[in-house]
Design a protein around this ligand. Sequence first.
Ligand SMILES: [Zn+2]
Ligand SMILES: [Zn+2]
Length: 240
Amino acid sequence: MKILVDVHTHTIASGHAYSTITENMQAASRKGIQLVAMTDHTPGIPGSTQRYFFDNLRILPNEMFGTGLLKGAETNIISYEGEIDLPEETLEKLDIVLASFHPPCIDFAEEQIVTEGLIKVMENPYVNVIGHPGDKRFPLDFEKVVLASKRTGTLLEVNNASLKPGSFRPGVRESLIEMLGYCKAHEVPIVLGSDAHYHEEIGEFKEAIELLESIDFPEHLVLNTMPDKLLHHIKQKRLK
Ligand SMILES: [Zn+2]
Ligand SMILES: [Zn+2]
């Protein structure tokens, strides 16, 4: 499986990541990655940047070192009413928006509440990808979530960093196997993200690919292998 896109990467602007956008894009180019989404943490994460950083992303080029750049954000889900922590005026300027559960930004809750809250987020026309689903502290009814992914066009991520040994997200592997089973059964595409916090991690998907191969997950549902199809999928959601 040849992965050509990384939809989830951080720069020093996130506050706990260690490379610049220039270093990230150089690394991506060297590794043959054709398209990278820059998705820094939004204001809810301690030490991250503020809204104006995202408003100003347009000054960056659309391509660096021959690799395409999508200007995005990894927003925080801040309530089970489906709220995220960037205003619509900022979201509409971005090429790609991720939304994730991060413990400092929202309390843990039971499965039904988390599932219904996440589906409300997926209905937000600006949210393209749900970052690292499968953290057992935020339990999900995966069949409902996968069907919402299909209906809304919001992609579910297989997050490589969460699958690495020593990951701080409990129960991820087991949850992802369940999620991917429903994706396969209902023909719902997914995306992989490295969640790189250092440039050498960009485009590294060893653990995610091993997981996909272990369950014979169909390659045509992995949008990172088809940059044009992925871009089309993202644009289509905005048009809905
Ligand atoms: Zn995250
Ligand atoms: Zn991240």
